[in-house]
Design a protein. Structure first.
Lengths: 376, 536, 406
């Protein structure tokens, strides 16, 4: 019985402690599912909007017998906005107008309007980086037009538009079409000294949905432009994140052959003089054939793959030119390789400025693995 | 220190008083009083000792001897096998004629009494014990000797199926309340002359027979010695169930964890004896105590050894999982809902928020409410008379659960959590270990409600610390994990095929280390099959 | 109360000094050393290496691991000379001369006090570091005092257990703490980039030295072996066991460092205060019920921090008890009496950057101290041919007499 007093004291203390400090029930938090960052007329002031789903009005979330279900006039979510010079100033405005504290743990998407992206994103990213509850897996995207409006799009298949975007981005990145840029990746990219050229997915709200519009290219914290063609984006991603690339249609004499890549492997070589050689090996299969070529012959396959690599190569060359001449931004993240493999050369130049002058050559090697079930 | 000294003195004093009291009792029962020549004196004495209890039958009769000697048969009604007492003791004594008066005692012992177990005694103490044990006593005028005739035989329950440890595959026989029957069942399965059964009589008043079972030359001497000493040290007025003994035998009192296993299956007893443990049977209880017991043992079912190893391994993993669920799920629910909603998948978290929107309590209150009521329901369903028990259980669970959700008292999620927890705690094969988990759940829930995940982890650490500290008959409780014993690990989380379980658990330090004699010791442990083929 | 349980009479309670020799198996010592070293620093050690050693930290971590392994092997040889004795017992013997016994005692107590202070610093550091991590991620609004006290109460409660219990606790928890290291592989597989490791060999000699030293700091905590070797069952294996333990630790620590370099790159890593947590945030497990694995990892980190702090506290408490010949039953009073010091130590710094700089300075000093002192001891012991003659090994009485007379 020696322990009895201790036990009694402990049992008396526990209920007093219960519910201190951090205990905040799940229903007493406002889930921010997305935030949108917009610029205002004043360059220093930004508008930040948060999208908060209302649990009771989200389909599938109707617990038990809540009689007061049904949709409010504004839809199943709330939009709150605040303006301010900094992220926290704007957030403060939102907080004072909401009943419960905001909770960023389930945030899915950060939308940055193109206008604001051009002005710079660093100050928002810093605040987000410091908040530990924000997940690193959310998707930062740049949207055309006003980001706040993008949050308000009515999507027929989803109650909350953010879920739609997230689903779109997830399947897009899994298919290797979209850039696999999560917040974590973005922060790593922004932190790399040799990179300084982050990219983000670029989207455009449309009637009843969204349209993926390629990738937004940043120089430092400022957006400098976008790469929009699907082929171009695929080329960038092939080099930058080893994504598989895109479908190529090869014209043959009496028809065409469609080459579908399923994996690609890039090797980047940096010479001491700073010139960069990118070797990309693409493996894929023949998806479609309307020509009369006999694919069971090695020469024909070789011929087709040569043709594919020529097409890839040409596209890539244009892409490199585009990035060096017009964007003046190292979309391929080559700086990181130059820094890693030729540190002396890297130190002697200013990569951000000198990138357009770097000679870049690309070589493709295409292997056709299979040609479907058909034997020819 | 002072307190301890005082307590010690008080205990000493108490001990002295107790000793004196018991001495008096024994004196009353006349420790050394022999059987008197005078039959009436003997009968009076017995009458005095038993205080005219009506169930004691004394039959005085005259025998057909030349001198018509008076004899008396004494027994307790319903404790003896009446058939034997009447037909094989009383009838020959009263009907057979004895010609020779001088050798009458010898005649009676050798010719008249037709029962098998006959013992001559001279002490009144033995007479009393004999009567109380269900034997029949024969007293004869003019002799200082008495006969104890073994006629034990009261009505017993027929051998039934063990109810708390039912298996799909395996024997359906359960131990019996009569320890002689139970011992027979064990002997039946374990025909080794080295099986030792040592008897103790424990209980000043109940005089309960307790048997200690071990295997000579296999069981570690030290374990047997510990068991023996601890049994000898018990001074209590009565033992009614193995549970009494368990609390005296266990090493640590202040713990929710059982340190001695109990089973009602004779096959399980034999299996444990073979591993090098000791078993303790108590007359009057259909359970056997198994010691030393380690933690993993409570999660093993005897069936694990009867089914094929893959199935048993899978079932053991399931049990481990259900153990984790039963212990942690409500605590994690509280931690997630009240502290870390970011850990719940986001679609689910919105659904849960919606479910909890109308609940007025914090999650800890909600969980305690539901867990508490399910405990009540569980307890009540045991008490309810047979056929309606399950019905009420279902009705209570379903109706109360559903209407509580509808009334907005609790959220749908907690009903799932509580349901899962309850079901999981039933997956545990041993009842007392399951209860300890049910108990420990509550402190964890409280810890979760104070510090969330951090609180749970810290409490778990303290729990593990406590479990590591426990010993059962000198064996650390968490073996084979701490201290690590590889050959026993293969029979802890999973069960490897019998071929590879050649060594007995080494933490029990058996004198005979290997099970399969034809395998060459160390190699066989490693290579199992190959070695067995070689030797064949 | 039952007669059985109340039989703890005062006579048996005030039993004489309990002998703990031979209460730890080789495996338990192996695990104990690993878990004492790894500890909470794992949370930000890679960041520290990145900041101090730059890109070369990757391979320097392996180098310093090997150096420490060699060093520890040597030092445990020293312990092997004094079978069944903890450093509290054998240090005085190394220094004592026949004429002036007080010299041995004086120098020994100085060394022991230094070690004790170093451990206290380590304990405070780990408690604070871990609580900061917990408060940043799991309990942002809870006062830091609460987390620190909870952790300290739990570890203090554990720290005065018998050595055998501490050994088993370590043994039991060891497999659990290996899980994050497995998960690490998954993260690297998903997110690692080779290019982040380069360029190597960019630092000068001074930088290399600094890198090795800062990497070596990750191994502070190995000093526990001076004490636990005294409890070993097989002292003749101790050198091998401790070297193996340090090697394993090298593998674990270096793999963590390499993994984080691979994912973040040296610059992003050096800027990230809780890099280890962000590391696990980089991936989203597809199959787990929990949305984020970093919570799971943090849960296991509670285990790692708890066991590391417990081990250090245990070693400190036992050292003090042996030095002052405290009775076994009173060990717990020593443990509880020390708690306020750890708490005070942990609360000294007002903000986290002050905390880091302050404690890392102390750690450097302590680490150098714990490297230099054993070397001196080792050399002295060889020169003066001090060792326990093997025939005395089993004669407890004589040995105890020996120890008390010194």
């Amino acid at each position: 019985m020696r322990h009895l007093p201790k036990i009694i004291i402990l049992t008396l203390i526990f209920p007093l402690l219960a519910g201190c400090w951090d205990r905040r029930e799940i229903e007493d938090r406002l889930y921010v599912s997305a935030i949108a960052i917009d610029s205002t007329e004043d360059d220093d002031i930004a508008e930040i909007s948060v999208q908060i789903p209302i649990p009771n009005q989200v389909v599938g979330g109707g617990g038990g017998g809540q009689a007061e279900g049904g949709k409010g006039p504004s839809g199943p979510f709330e939009l709150l906005s605040g303006v301010g010079k900094t992220y926290s100033e704007a957030m403060h405005q939102i907080v004072v107008s909401s009943n419960d504290p905001l909770f960023f743990g389930n945030m899915q998407v950060i939308m940055i309007s193109e206008e604001q992206a051009k002005k710079g994103i660093e100050r928002f990213m810093d605040a987000i980086k410091r908040t530990s509850e924000v997940r690193r897996q959310l998707y930062p995207i740049v949207v055309k037009g006003k980001a706040k409006d993008a949050l308000n799009v009515k999507v027929p298949s989803e109650e909350i538009p953010v879920n739609y975007i997230r689903g779109m981005l997830r399947s897009g990145t899994r298919n290797g079409i979209f850039a696999d840029i999560t917040l974590g990746q973005l922060l790593i990219d922004m932190g790399l000294p040799g990179c300084q050229f982050p990219i983000m997915n670029y989207m455009e709200p449309t009637e009843g949905g969204y349209k993926w519009d390629g990738i937004a290219v940043f120089k430092g914290e400022k957006m400098v432009g976008a790469i929009q063609g699907r082929e171009d984006v695929a080329g960038v991603l092939q080099v930058r994140t080893n994504q598989k690339g895109h479908v190529v249609i090869v014209p043959r004499k009496d028809g065409m052959i469609a080459f579908h890549p399923y994996s690609s492997k890039r090797k980047i070589k940096v010479n001491p003089d700073g010139s960069v050689v990118i070797n990309i090996g693409v493996t894929g299969l023949i998806q479609e054939k309307t020509s009369t070529d006999d694919l069971s012959k090695t020469e024909v396959l070789q011929d087709v793959s040569d043709q594919v690599s020529t097409i890839y190569q040409k596209q890539m060359k244009d892409l490199v030119n585009h990035s060096q001449k017009e964007l003046k931004a190292d979309v391929f993240n080559l700086g990181e390789y130059v820094r890693a493999y030729q540190p002396k050369f890297y130190k002697s130049i200013n990569w951000q400025e000198d990138y357009p002058n770097i000679p870049i050559t690309t070589k493709y090697h295409v292997t056709i693995h299979r040609y479907g079930i058909s034997s020819d | 220190m002072k307190m301890r000294k005082l307590r010690f003195l008080r205990d000493q004093k108490r001990k002295k008083i107790l000793e004196q009291q018991s001495k008096k009792k024994v004196e009353e029962r006349s420790e050394n009083k022999g059987v008197s020549k005078n039959l009436d004196e003997n009968l009076d004495f017995l009458k005095n000792v038993f205080g005219n209890s009506t169930d004691i039958i004394t039959r005085t009769f005259a025998m057909k001897t030349p001198e018509h000697s008076t004899g008396a048969v004494i027994y307790i009604d319903e404790m003896v096998n009446k058939d034997i007492t009447h037909n094989y003791i009383l009838r020959p004594l009263m009907q057979e004629e004895i010609q020779d008066q001088t050798d009458i005692w010898k005649n009676i012992v050798q010719k008249l009494i037709e029962a098998g177990e006959v013992k001559e005694i001279t002490k009144m103490k033995d007479v009393i014990n004999g009567i109380l044990n269900g034997d029949t006593i024969f007293l004869l005028e003019g002799t200082t000797r008495a006969l104890v005739i073994g006629t034990k035989g009261w009505t017993t329950r027929s051998v039934g199926e063990p109810r708390a440890e039912s298996v799909v595959r395996g024997p359906r026989e359960g131990l019996s309340e009569t320890s002689t029957f139970s011992l027979a069942m064990i002997r039946h399965r374990f025909k080794d002359p080295d099986l030792r059964i040592q008897s103790f009589v424990i209980g000043e008043r109940t005089q309960t027979a307790v048997s200690l079972l071990y295997v000579e030359g296999l069981t570690n001497e030290q374990i047997v010695e510990t068991a023996r000493n601890r049994l000898k040290d018990i001074k209590i007025d009565g033992i009614l169930e193995t549970g009494y003994l368990e609390e005296f035998l266990q090493d640590q009192t202040w713990t929710p964890f059982p340190q001695i296993q109990n089973t009602e299956r004779p096959d399980s007893v034999v299996a444990h004896l073979l591993e090098g443990r000791v078993a303790i049977l108590v007359d009057g209880s259909p359970h056997a105590l198994i010691a030393p017991a380690v933690f993993t043992q409570f999660y093993n079912s005897p069936e694990d050894y009867y089914e094929r190893y893959l199935i048993s391994s899978f079932l053991r993993l399931i049990r481990l999982f259900s153990f984790a669920i039963a212990l942690l799920l409500p605590a994690f629910y509280i931690a997630f809902v009240s502290f870390h909603p970011e850990l719940i998948p986001d679609q689910l978290s919105i659904a849960m928020a919606a479910g909890r929107a109308s609940v007025p309590f914090p999650s800890i209150v909600e969980a305690l409410l539901m867990e508490g009521s399910i405990e009540v329901l569980r307890e009540a369903s045991i008490r309810l008379p047979g056929p309606i028990g399950p019905t009420i259980g279902i009705v209570g669970g379903l109706v109360i659960g559903t209407s509580a959700v509808q009334a907005g008292l609790v959220s749908p999620a907690i009903v799932i959590v509580v349901g899962m927890t309850t079901i999981s705690s039933y997956a545990n094969p041993s009842y007392n270990a399951a209860i300890s988990i049910r108990l420990l759940r509550f402190p964890l829930m409280i810890a979760a409600s104070i510090l969330g995940l951090f609180g749970i982890m810290i409490s778990l650490m303290l729990m593990i610390l406590h479990m590591v500290q426990i010993r059962s008959f000198g064996v650390p409780y968490m073996t084979p994990f701490a201290p690590l014993r590889w050959e026993a690990v293969r029979d802890a989380i999973i069960r490897v095929p019998w071929k590879y379980m050649n060594a007995r658990p080494s933490f029990l330090k058996p004198q005979d280390r290997y099970r399969q004699k034809n395998l060459s010791s160390e190699e066989a442990v490693k290579t199992g099959r190959d070695a067995s083929n070689d030797t064949k | 109360m039952t007669p059985n349980n109340s039989s703890q009479s005062p006579q048996s309670a005030s039993s004489k000094k309990v002998d703990h020799r031979g209460s730890l198996s080789s495996y338990q010592i192996y695990v104990l050393i690993i878990l004492s070293i790894i500890g909470a620093p794992l949370l930000n050690f890679p960041r520290f290496v990145a900041a101090e050693a730059g890109a070369d930290g990757v391979w320097l971590s392996v180098i310093s691991g090997l150096l420490v392994t060699g060093f520890v092997y040597m030092v445990s040889k020293l312990c092997q000379r004094f079978t069944g004795q903890t450093f509290v017992q054998f240090i005085p013997e190394i220094f004592e001369t026949k004429r002036m016994k007080w010299i041995g005692k004086g120098i020994a107590s100085l060394i022991i006090i230094c070690f004790a202070l170093y451990w206290m610093n380590q304990i405070s550091f780990q408690v604070r570091l871990f609580s900061e991590a917990t408060n940043t991620t799991l309990l942002p609004k809870t006062p830091i005092e609460v987390t620190i006290l909870t952790l300290l109460l739990a570890s203090t409660f554990a720290s005065y257990s018998r050595p055998a219990v501490i050994g088993m606790l370590n043994e039991f928890l060891f497999p659990i703490i290996l899980l994050p290291f497995l998960l690490q592989l998954y993260v690297v597989f998903k997110k690692g980039e080779w290019v982040h490791l380069f360029p190597l060999l960019q630092s000068d000699w001074r930088g290399l030295g600094k890198g090795i030293l800062s990497n070596g700091l990750g191994f502070s905590g190995f000093e526990v072996l001076f004490l636990v070797m005294g409890y070993s069952q097989k002292v003749e294996h101790s050198a091998k066991v401790s070297a193996k333990a340090i090697l394993t630790t090298t593998v674990l620590l270096s793999s963590t460092i390499i993994a984080q370099y691979l994912v973040f790159g040296v610059d992003a890593l050096s800027k990230n205060l809780w890099s280890a947590l962000d590391f696990y945030k980089e991936v989203r497990p597809e199959l787990l019920v929990i949305e984020r694995i970093e919570a799971f990892v943090l849960g296991i980190w509670v285990v790692i921090a708890f066991i590391a702090i417990t081990n250090l506290q245990f070693v400190l408490v036992r050292t003090i008890c042996e030095a002052f010949r405290v009775k076994e039953e009173q060990t717990k009073y020593v443990a509880w009496a020390l708690l306020p010091f750890f708490y005070g130590g942990a609360m000294v710094s007002e903000n986290i950057s002050d905390f880091f700089t302050k404690f890392q300075e102390y750690s450097y000093i302590g680490f150098v101290f714990s490297i230099v002192v054993p070397i001196v001891l080792f050399l002295l012991a060889i020169i003066r041919r001090k060792k326990i003659p093997s025939k005395k090994k089993d004669q407890k009485g004589e040995e105890n007499h020996h120890a008390t007379s010194s």
